[in-house]
Ligand binder design. Structure first.
Ligand code: NI
Length: 169
């Protein structure tokens, strides 16, 4: 399993670079990310979360192979005017969930593991996860969408919880 970096790890706030080489080591890394994602019981994982400052993320909606996606160098090219709330969590801020308002539908263009371009019109959970993961490539976490007060509350509670965890472990 790969280590998942959390809230106070600087790699989550660093610039990411475009992927230019679509080789076997990228495929192996993506495979390891899917294993890590399943193990962590999440639905999405972005490269910065495993300490890699590159523009790609994966999604696994847990509905079989049809619900697995790899987005490399993604660009959200359209978003719906219609927005809605959804309770989000993040493997980098485990245990904390907050409602975030985002567009309900997005159109995203990206490359696959072979470098081939594709476009997806997404709605529902997929649209939500794409936007959350794409944020990670732009050094943004879901708590950045909250009010400053609410964001600070989550950060403080996370740090308190993890201090305690470190002491006990
Ligand atoms: Ni996340």
């Amino acid at each position: 399993m790969l280590d998942i970096y959390t809230l106070d790890d600087e790699v989550l706030r660093e610039d990411t670079e475009k992927v230019t080489v679509f080789d076997n080591s990228l495929k192996m890394l993506v495979d390891a990310m899917f294993d890590t994602l399943v193990e962590a019981d999440g639905v999405g994982l972005a490269a910065p979360q495993i300490g890699v400052s590159k523009k790609f993320f994966i999604v696994d909606l847990r509905r079989g192979d049809d619900s697995r996606y790899v987005f490399i160098n993604p660009e959200i090219i359209e978003t719906s005017m219609e927005e809605g709330p959804y309770e989000e969590g993040c493997l980098s801020i485990p245990g904390f969930y907050r409602e975030v308002i985002r567009p309900l539908r997005v159109k995203v263009q990206a490359q696959d593991l072979n470098g081939k371009y594709f476009t997806i019109d997404a709605d529902g959970l997929l649209a939500r996860v794409i936007q959350h993961e794409n944020d990670h490539l732009n050094k943004t976490l879901f708590i950045d969408h909250l009010t400053p007060e609410e964001k600070e509350k989550v950060e403080k509670a996370f740090r308190k919880k993890n201090r305690r965890k470190r002491k006990n472990g």
